[in-house]
Design a protein around this ligand. Structure first.
Ligand SMILES: [Zn+2]
Length: 301
């Protein structure tokens, strides 16, 4: 547990296990009953079942719990996608049973955490439809778009995202799992998605890629595209003497207190303070991005 007073969304652990196993069969396997994998530096085998995933997430104090699913890559063959849909639906049913056993099925709305199921099916419309229909029949509070979300060039799989939104009635929230690039988030909102999660902003920060606007967007005439975003590469030698903050006008602690030149120095010296300061800025950038999106919605944009 953490002393975080705001809502918490957890993940099932399925994507993380998939990422480890995808590197090589010796790392583990995905079966009908469970996912089993070995940690890199130990002989211990970890086992994750749909039931255990729900138990752990509830123990972390999650407000939105995500059912265990079998993640796939859009390039995986049809039979892998089909198996993923079959297991994802079966595991969602088991997850819901466990969720109701612990939380109680009777309570509604804000009184209890929410349970989301993940729609798999790769880039097959037929499989996405089948998965969505079967999950809707079982019944969940919301849904997620499952599977690798972007193509080899980092572009959102727009057509499949749009189709999956069509499959889920508008009253259910839809989570774009693993979508984090600012331009993809803007596109996701346009396609009707409500929730996003990604390690990209904090990872980019640690690796020296900082976010800034070319021109700060001014609602209500908001239309954000990738072109409106510029990356500030902190390791670039040209920033060594920069006396401006990362993004002039940014209201984050880092920009209010430190120049880009100083951050360049910290980064070059591998000072751990750099990690914190850069993460504060990129996360603040994401928060203001979402604020701009909400403001533009309020103005009917
Ligand atoms: Zn800032």
């Amino acid at each position: 547990m953490a002393a975080w007073p705001r809502p918490i969304v957890t993940d099932s652990g399925g994507f993380q296990a998939y990422s480890i196993i995808r590197e090589g069969r010796q790392h583990g396997r995905i079966g009908n009953h469970e996912i089993a994998w070995r940690a890199e530096d130990s002989d211990r085998t970890f086992r994750l079942t749909p039931e255990k995933s729900v138990q752990l997430q509830l123990r972390y104090g999650a407000d939105i719990v995500i059912c265990l699913d079998q993640c796939t890559h859009p390039d995986d063959p049809e039979e892998v996608q089909e198996q993923s849909v079959r297991r994802t639906v079966a595991w969602a049913a088991r997850g819901k049973k466990e969720f109701e056993r612990i939380v109680g099925g009777g309570r509604r709305g804000g009184e209890r955490p929410q349970l989301f199921a993940v729609i798999q099916g790769g880039v097959s419309r037929e499989l996405r439809r089948r998965c969505a229909e079967e999950l809707l029949t079982i019944g969940f509070d919301g849904f997620g778009y499952g599977g690798w979300p972007v193509d080899s060039e980092g572009k959102l799989l727009q057509e499949m995202f749009a189709y999956t939104r069509e499959l889920v009635p508008a009253e259910f929230p839809l989570h774009a799992l693993g979508v984090g690039h600012p331009a993809n988030i803007v596109e996701g909102v346009r396609l009707g998605y409500d929730l996003f999660d990604s390690s990209m902003p904090s990872r980019d920060a640690r690796h020296g890629r900082l976010y800034a606007w070319r021109q700060p967007p001014t609602p209500p005439s908001l239309s954000i595209a990738g072109a409106d975003l510029v990356y500030v590469y902190v390791f670039d030698a040209k920033h060594a003497k920069a006396s401006d903050p990362i993004m002039p006008g940014c209201d984050c602690y880092t920009c209010a207190s430190y120049s880009l030149g100083y951050l360049h120095l910290l980064a070059a010296r591998k000072d751990s303070l750099y990690m914190r300061l850069s993460t504060i800025h990129n996360l603040r950038f994401m928060v203001t991005l979402m604020q701009h999106i909400r403001d533009s919605d309020h103005d009917g944009g």
